[in-house]
Design a protein around this ligand. Structure first.
Ligand code: ADP
Ligand code: MG
Length: 357
């Protein structure tokens, strides 16, 4: 959800479509595509939609605008950008919509030991991934310590009083960052609109987050590709059938910060416990769950935890995740028990992929 957004996830969506539509493309799809949240979206409805492509496009754009008007930190007039800029520890009135997103993020953070923490704003800025100017110098230990003092579960409070919602910062410089859930919120909002319009078969992707229902134009289950993070050509590493569930992937391998002096590369996933970008061999984490909000809220945090801890949490929590690590120069995949059904359905494609490796 920022302008430096990793391209990989766009390509995952594009691959999803390539896989889902391989062979003859029946003509009867309605497609909307474009840019939102600094990244790309594509929505494919099998069959017609209201007055056609333009109405699909405008319905999607309306949904995305509602989200970015609330949570963008790049648009300085967005509600969250204004809250972040409000240099105060007085309670700030926020909309019920924004309050709800923040509360739901905290619920997801709780599941993964706050490895996803929306108070990382000051750290995101410090490392050059936020709305502040992009850095090309590694921050000093002192700068990191100062930014970390502004983050954590107690950095802000959110409460309701007499029917209004308030956010109160513990320090006026606290900044929230909801970028990590933007794409998921976008995919869910489109899915809700399509469901309300009684669309039975669709695939809606916002960068690496997707929602799908029913079947593709050929009448087969939708299939989505998880990209090989070690391959510059964005090859599909594994095909997955989401089976009506939401899916998203967080990757540490494309959107990064490069120290101009040392050439060292830092991922845009920041570990709130160290104040630094993750520096381990886990390259991507894919999550499947009921909503894209949930998958998107969890994927970056699980990536921060690294495959070992992420798989442990997932198996305890019956969560479907698929991890790719770099092992001896090669991609190495593992998945939680709950992920099996989504792979099984794509067995044939995966056998072909293996042959081609
Ligand atoms: P990905 O698709 O790789 O998950 P996202 O755009 O969903 O990428 O999330 C990455 C963004 O989330 C970063 O650019 C940053 O703004 C923010 N972020 C980074 N680390 C964390 C974290 N530990 N918790 C919450 N947000 C984070
Ligand atoms: Mg995410």
């Amino acid at each position: 959800m920022n302008l430096n957004k990793t391209l990989s996830l766009i390509v995952i969506s594009a691959m999803a479509l390539a896989i889902s539509s391989c062979g003859k493309q029946p003509p009867q799809s309605t497609i909307a595509s474009g840019k939102t949240m600094g990244t790309f979206y594509r929505v494919q409805v099998v069959g017609g939609y209201k007055e056609g492509e333009q109405s699909l496009q405008s319905d999607c754009d309306k949904e995305f605008k509602k989200i970015t008007d609330a949570i963008s930190t790049f648009d300085k007039d967005a509600e969250l950008a204004l809250v972040d800029a409000d240099f105060t520890t007085d309670p700030i009135v926020i909309s019920p919509y924004l309050a709800d997103i923040i509360k739901r993020c905290r619920e997801q953070s709780d599941r993964i030991d706050y490895a996803m923490d929306i108070s990382v704003g000051p750290l995101v800025n410090l490392w050059g991934f936020g709305p502040s100017k992009r850095n090309s110098v590694t921050p000093s230990d002192d700068e990191i310590k100062k930014a970390m003092a502004l983050t954590g579960p107690d950095a802000y409070q959110i409460y309701e009083k007499d029917g209004a919602y308030y956010l109160q910062k513990k320090d006026p410089a606290v900044k929230l960052d909801l970028s990590t859930v933007g794409e998921g919120l976008g995919a869910d909002a489109v899915a809700k609109t399509l469901d309300e319009n009684k669309v039975q078969n669709y695939l809606a992707s916002v960068a690496g987050a997707s929602r799908s229902k029913g079947t593709n134009p050929k009448g087969d289950p939708w299939r989505i590709g998880i990209e090989d993070p070690t391959n510059p050509d964005h090859n599909v590493y594994q095909a997955v059938c989401p089976l009506g569930m939401a899916m998203s992937t967080a990757g540490s391998y494309r959107n990064y910060f490069k120290d101009a002096k040392t050439g060292r590369i830092f991922s845009h996933a920041i570990d709130p416990k160290t104040g630094r970008p993750v520096d381990h061999s886990t390259l991507s984490v894919t999550v499947i769950a009921k909503t894209a909000f949930e998958t998107d809220a969890l994927d970056t945090g699980l990536l921060v935890l690294g495959a070992d801890r992420a798989l442990k949490v997932a198996n305890q929590d019956n969560l479907a995740i698929f991890t790719i690590e770099m092992k001896q120069g090669k991609p190495y995949a593992r998945y939680s028990k709950a992920f099996s059904p989504y792979l099984k359905c794509a067995d044939k494609i995966n056998a072909k992929l293996e042959e081609s490796l």
